[in-house]
Design a protein around this ligand. Structure first.
Ligand code: SF4
Length: 221
């Protein structure tokens, strides 16, 4: 087994049943939650959506809110002006162009106003059980450090991961890397001393776990 396959096997052993931490009941609620999760913790998003979705869990009901009213709901998630604008634009698009249903293809998801490639990949993989690797800040950092896929942009890393991971595992691997980034391979102080991937990790071999300057600060939407 080569080094990358050893890493993938270990990630699968470490995180056999992990899934999204965002709470949602429908593809639309997941889409809104993913938009809110940019630069925000899933715990915070879940608190906000628990209240927001009580009355506004469909595109029609969301559009009954003005931009300012929606901002009040989501203020604590940060970047609330942009996020409110994106949620309202996407909701209008879903209503006008897709009859009120979130489209189930990755390509159509990406055409929604305010929805980027990462968000489209998450919704496609999680809500519709499609095969996709969404590259968020954790996936970007951990994939680069482990040498699973090296790249300067999320798209480069996504393509690199797709090349080394079997297609049926793309969605699961996205969650493995996110959870490893959250629990062990932190941006500023990776816990290399307790990481079972250290024997396979080029970053560890190079740095012995020194905190990287500026690493993991990339902005991904
Ligand atoms: S050894 Fe350190 S840098 Fe490598 S994956 Fe583990 S925590 Fe991250």
């Amino acid at each position: 087994m080569d080094n990358k396959q050893e890493i993938l096997s270990e990630l699968q052993r470490l995180y056999p049943d992990v899934g999204p931490a965002l709470q949602y009941r429908t593809p639309y609620e997941l889409l809104v939650a993913v938009i809110l999760s940019a630069q925000c913790t899933d715990e915070r998003v879940n608190k906000v959506t628990e209240v927001l979705f009580r009355e506004h869990g469909t595109p029609q009901k969301m559009l009954s809110l003005s931009q300012e009213e929606l901002e009040q709901y989501i203020y604590s998630c940060g970047f609330y002006r942009n996020k409110a604008a994106h949620i309202l634009s996407a909701s209008k698009d879903i209503l006008v162009r897709f009859g009120g249903e979130v489209p189930a293809s990755r390509e159509e998801l990406e055409t929604l106003a305010g929805v980027g490639r990462k968000t489209a990949n998450v919704v496609y993989a999680v809500a519709f059980h499609g095969n996709a690797i969404a590259v968020d800040t954790h996936v970007f950092r951990v994939a680069n450090r482990l040498g699973l896929a090296r790249g300067k942009t999320p798209l480069e890393v996504e393509k690199g991961l797709m090349a080394v991971i079997p297609e049926q595992d793309w969605s699961k691997a996205h969650h493995w890397l996110i959870w490893h980034g959250r629990k062990v391979c932190h941006s500023q102080r990776p816990a290399c001393d307790v990481c079972t991937l250290a024997p396979h990790c080029p970053f560890f071999a190079e740095t012995k776990g020194r905190s990287p300057e500026g690493d993991g600060k990339e902005k991904i939407t």
